[in-house]
Design a protein around this ligand. Structure first.
Ligand code: MBD
Ligand code: FE
Length: 298
């Protein structure tokens, strides 16, 4: 057997051993493929103004040069960084890395002109065109889906408090192990994802389960950086939402859980105090919470 055969064999072994535990290459590469096929910004590119490209590229490179000079970066460090950057691309982890470490700053800029419900980052695990449901709705789940049942209800209004009829909540979340369907093996596609239309008063009621915190895959280059720097790889448990309605500005947000781990140390720096749910136990093991969304009119 050649060395190449051994390598192929070993990789097959790695994959079967990891059958129920997602690997960085699973989630990273899936996030890359998803971004290429669904992002409205991929392809031709939205930035065509040479003056703007010049300003941004110049500032970014200038910042990099300044770090090198300030920290007296050595050749071994430069070559290590070069290899790491290549690994991030080869592993398909650029969407993961950029959404974890950079998107929050872009969102901060976007939120400067936003009133109504606070937004936060989209992240790498949104998938469009999920099952369409009408409130009261239950998100698709496996027959044996683990996790505390969660009843999530509320109303969508505009900034004047006027109900927004037939508003749409596109919701996606991790399961009780912190894994997302579409990005981890052995989870049916569409699991814990759904597009829920509210009633004619903007009222919604969604049955799901409480998600677990999310861990950035530790076996890829993003995880390698986190570990080499001595950081932790966790995001607090969260629900993702795109809340939209005809004639209104879409809110991209996430909701977190009071008392949950990593609320104050989100690796993606995407929590906001206004986005924390505090569900109450309703007795039968189900937890229930109300959260109202406010949309700006266009
Ligand atoms: C996530 O689940 C997430 O929400 C973000 C922002 C980054 C990585 C994984
Ligand atoms: Fe997430």
């Amino acid at each position: 057997m050649t060395t190449t055969d051994n390598a192929v064999e070993q990789s097959a072994l790695d994959q079967s051993a990891a059958a129920t535990s997602p690997t960085a290459s699973d989630s990273g590469a899936s996030a890359s493929a998803s971004f290429r096929s669904t992002s409205q910004y991929s392809g031709a590119g939205a930035v065509t103004n040479a003056a703007r490209v010049d300003a941004l590229a110049r500032a970014l490179l200038g910042a990099v040069h300044q770090v090198i000079l300030d920290h007296e970066v050595t050749y071994p460090e430069f070559q290590t960084a070069k290899k790491w950057l290549m690994d991030v691309g080869d592993g398909g982890e650029w969407p993961l890395f950029l959404d974890v470490f950079v998107e929050h700053a872009v969102e901060e800029v976007a939120s400067r002109t936003q009133t109504g419900t606070k937004g936060t980052i989209l992240g790498p695990y949104y998938l469009p065109e999920q099952v369409q449901l009408t409130s009261p709705a239950t998100l698709p789940a496996r027959p044996d889906e683990q996790g505390t049942p969660l009843l999530f209800r509320g109303q969508v209004t505009d900034t004047d408090g006027t109900p927004v009829p037939h508003a749409v909540l596109d919701i996606w979340q991790a399961d009780e192990k912190g894994y997302y369907s579409g990005f981890a093996p052995d989870i049916p596609s569409g699991n814990l994802r759904g597009v829920v239309t509210t009633d004619d008063r903007g009222v919604f009621e969604i049955s799901t389960i409480q998600p677990a915190p999310y861990q950035v895959p530790t076996d890829g280059p993003t995880g390698a950086l986190i570990s080499a720097a001595g950081w932790h790889p966790w995001r607090p448990a969260h629900l993702h939402l795109l809340v939209s309605a005809e004639g209104h500005r879409t809110v991209t947000t996430q909701l977190y859980f009071a008392g949950g781990e990593y609320l104050d140390s989100d690796v993606a720096e995407a929590t906001k105090p206004e986005l924390i749910l505090d569900p109450t136990d309703v007795g039968d093991g189900t937890r229930q919470v109300t959260y109202d969304f406010v949309l700006e009119r266009n």
